[in-house]
Design a protein around this ligand. Sequence first.
Ligand code: G3P
Ligand code: CA
Length: 296
Amino acid sequence: MHTKLVFVIVALVLMGLGACSQQGREVKTRVIAHRGASGYLPEHTLEAYAAAYFMGADMIEPDVVSTRDRVLICFHDVYLEKVTDVESRFPDRRRADGHWYAIDFDYAELAGLTVTGRGDVAWDGFHIPTFDQFLSLIGRLNEQTGRSVWVVPEIKQPIFHKREGVDVTRMTIDALLRHRWDESRVIIQCFDDETLISLHGEYGERYQLLQLFSKVEDVPPLEDIGGYAWGIGPSRKVIDADPSVVRRAQALGMRVVPYTFRDEPEELREYVETHGVDAVFTDYADRTIRVMQELR
Ligand code: G3P
Ligand code: CA
């Protein structure tokens, strides 16, 4: 099916659902659409972002990586083969380690790839968007709907990019500035603490910074993170192992935003009601919003 047609259908069909899901919402836990509506559609595509928008997500997450010609694209990995047809399209462009890296291609080449997705179904008609296209999309939808959906870009592998001669952090900030994106509606996330410390040093409180981690031992102590970050984004297993991390971080003035929820209403209720998290990353914004409504 033609991509634009899919886009229009998804947006129109879900518009009604989004409108309903916004009525009377009072639960304060924010819903971040992880890689767009990635539970339904190929992740990090404009269609998945638009679908999440009209489901009523408060915030939408793109991961960002760079191409060879310094275009920031929305993509989860620095290599391409897991979710695209790059292997069949460019069989000779694999590195010795077996990966096809985005940084070895110009955007014009990547734009022609199909994002087939991670599930059992190989989708057709979906493509890799640029971060500029993502910002334009959410910005225009905000203008048209009067809503104020935030963007939550994750800077992927800044150390890898630096080794390749690319400052992916600078590119992310430049794009936000180019789009005159309201800084109060941006959360910049990264696993690399040095990247966030450096961003805080340059911009102070201008951008809200989220320190991601999958293991507590990978990051500085919470007290130190509180010196530069707006919040922490631990994996769920971190909170499962030690739920006190939520209250301890909040006592230091930080928000707590665990990743990632699939279709798990019981677990979600526990994180919201018992642990008191401030926001959640979810692949199913619509179902997560429904749970939040039930908790009102
Ligand atoms: O950014 C939160 C979460 O998305 C981090 O995990 O691997 O899905 O980017 P990942
Ligand atoms: Ca991410």
